[in-house]
Write a protein that binds this ligand. Structure first.
Ligand SMILES: *Cc1c(COP(=O)(O)O)cnc(C)c1O
Length: 378
């Protein structure tokens, strides 16, 4: 969508006080349906959600304990600077505390980076399909989005490089990518950074970092010393299972973080989220066990799909794309009616694909059972 667009007559009538035309036309983010909504709407008792790449497991006992203690003090504003969390995370990552910014989810870090560094009329390069927030947030700041199709479900970095123009200000690399589940290697990323002007920010979104086992997955933090135009985002929403609390973070050079901090809302990360995230860092063993279990379930799902003759995209994350070889909107709708929420990829331009989060063993078995039934009768 062009960044400058006059209000149409229709928009003027609806919003006589005026609104940016591009905002009036914005496609809102489509979240996975919440479990309770599906139970209510379809009158179902047992509903499993495999649609938003959440962890199937709740916080560890130590994390719950930290949350309980904080609840008593919610009459106070949270620590706007996230002092204890910042300190612990900086040590955990081997960076300086002033190289971190915390957000109300890493979504907020993405949005803040765009607001800070991209002006109306400038360009942002993303992959297609990729995480919807890149496009929505770019559109909000009036940037022109160039979306470069994945090649064989992998980033086409060559194509993205070619899409760069003098107006390009930011490039998003979902690593691993959502929804493809594939990743860009250390070598690929370094080559790319070497060829991209330092006048363009490269935003590497590592929301699934903690799940990736691949030996050639990039160590982006060490790249920060060489590339001042690099921003990294990670989150406590995925492997750490705190999606409902909203806490994510960005890592960059301190000059970049300084700018982001000026735009941030003063109390953007709530006190319970700060305490829980800090406790997660101190309870690594619990979360590594979960990551390991997801890995085992991933292998189990691969084998099951192979037996069913279904093709799928190999993933390094806790979700995967499956080609159901028939209309994905019908399949996901029928799964929903049986109490299994998955993501239909038709809207992402993949009309025979669904994206499924790897759940707990019982959830995965239920999903497979229902999917088999549906595909047999399709
Ligand atoms: C889930 C996800 C995020 C962010 O989640 P938050 O809950 O806002 O931290 C960011 N990027 C990708 C690719 C994701 O899938």
């Amino acid at each position: 969508m062009p960044p400058f667009m006059a209000m149409t007559e229709e928009t003027k009538k609806k919003y006589p006080f005026g609104v940016k035309e591009r905002i009036a036309r914005l496609e809102p983010y489509r979240p996975g349906k919440p479990i309770d909504e599906v139970k209510r709407e379809l009158g179902l008792k047992d509903v499993i959600k495999l649609a938003s790449n959440e962890s199937p497991y709740g916080p560890s006992p130590k994390v719950l304990q930290a949350m309980r203690q904080t609840i008593k003090q919610v009459n106070r504003y949270p620590d706007g600077g996230c002092f204890y969390l910042r300190d612990a995370l900086a040590k955990h990552l081997g960076v300086e505390p002033n190289q971190l910014i915390f957000g109300n989810g890493s979504d907020e870090v993405i949005v803040t980076a765009l607001r800070a560094f991209v002006q109306e009329g400038e360009e942002v390069v993303i992959a297609k399909p990729s995480f919807l927030i890149y496009e929505i947030a770019s559109c909000v700041v009036g940037a022109q989005v160039k979306a470069i199709p994945l090649k064989d479900f992998q980033y086409d970095l060559e194509g993205m490089k070619k899409a760069v123009s003098p107006k390009t200000k930011m490039i998003f690399i979902g690593n691993p990518d959502n929804p493809a589940g594939s990743y860009v290697s250390q070598k690929q990323l370094e080559n790319f950074l070497n060829e991209i002007s330092s006048q363009i920010l490269v935003f590497v979104d590592e929301a699934y970092f903690e799940y990736v086992q691949a030996a050639d997955y990039p160590d982006t933090i060490t790249l920060l010393s060489k590339y001042p135009n690099l921003i990294i985002a990670r989150t406590f929403s995925k492997m750490y299972g705190l999606a409902g609390l909203r806490v994510g973070f960005g890592i960059a050079r301190s000059e970049v973080i300084d700018i982001l901090n000026r735009l941030r809302e003063p109390f953007n990360v709530n006190s319970i989220a700060q305490a829980a995230a800090l406790a997660c860092l101190k309870d690594q063993a619990y979360y590594r066990r979960i990551a390991k279990e997801i890995e085992e379930q991933r292998k189990f799902l691969y084998q099951s799909f192979e037996k069913m003759g279904l093709s799928f995209v190999k993933t390094v994350t806790n979700f995967l794309l499956i080609d159901v070889k028939t209309k994905s909107d019908e399949v996901s709708c029928r799964l929903l009616k049986k109490g299994v929420i998955v993501r239909d990829m038709a809207f992402w331009g993949l009309p025979t694909f669904i994206r499924v989060t790897i759940g707990a063993p019982s959830e995965n078995r239920k999903f497979l059972r229902v999917l088999k039934e549906i595909l047999k009768s399709a």
